[in-house]
Design a protein around this ligand. Structure first.
Ligand code: URA
Length: 191
């Protein structure tokens, strides 16, 4: 059983896959380590690689706005991380072997946080963590339960920036999330 410090140290010096070669920073995660709600994206982009924090580029700013709209905050009541902790070159999808090399860190983070709700952001994270045949455009906003943890795929904020017609549906997912939080972990809202 490793501690946060041990896992983070190991991750920050990780050389388990080729993504270590070009990274500026390992992007481990941000937020409350006691959060009841965890958000998981696919992998760092350019800004995240530079700053060492997940979702700090344009997509991240949109994510922050949507969180704010339902009284969530990356520094207060959620934890945010990615499937892979190093930036894939040219922002390509992380490959299966890269995901496999990295997923142990996410498992350890999840074990320590013990969230009640896990939100996946985008197709890659949804397929990896919820089901391999996930159809994200059709199934975003639906919730399944696995071993007492509620799992919800959402559209990726970067995809929303490219296709604004999906914005309303994406916002609706956050309203569904808010209701689920009120139901299973109302303490998040001080209820
Ligand atoms: N996209 C992701 O999936 N994760 C980030 O941290 C940034 C952009």
């Amino acid at each position: 059983m490793s501690t946060w410090q041990e896992i983070e140290n190991k991750c920050l010096s990780c050389k388990s896959c080729r993504l270590c070669e070009k990274r500026k920073n390992v992007v481990f995660g941000v937020g409350n380590r006691q959060a009841k709600v965890m958000f998981i994206g696919e992998g760092p982009g350019e800004q995240e690689d530079i700053q060492g924090e997940p979702f700090v580029g344009k997509a991240g700013q949109l994510l922050d706005k949507m969180l704010y709209a339902v009284d969530l905050d990356r520094h207060k009541n959620v934890y945010i991380t990615n499937i892979v902790k190093c930036r894939p070159p040219m922002n390509r999808d992380p490959q299966e072997d890269e995901q496999e090399s990295c997923i142990g860190y996410l498992r350890e983070q999840t074990r320590l946080i013990r969230p009640r709700i896990i939100v996946t952001l985008g197709r890659i994270a949804g397929m990896k963590l919820i089901k391999p045949d996930l159809r994200i455009t059709r199934e975003h906003g639906t919730i399944i339960e696995r071993k007492g943890v509620f799992m919800m795929p959402m559209l990726h904020p970067a995809a929303l920036l490219r296709n604004q017609s999906q914005m309303e549906g994406a916002f609706n997912d956050f309203l569904i999330l808010r209701e689920k939080i009120k139901e299973v972990c109302p303490e998040v809202y001080g209820l």
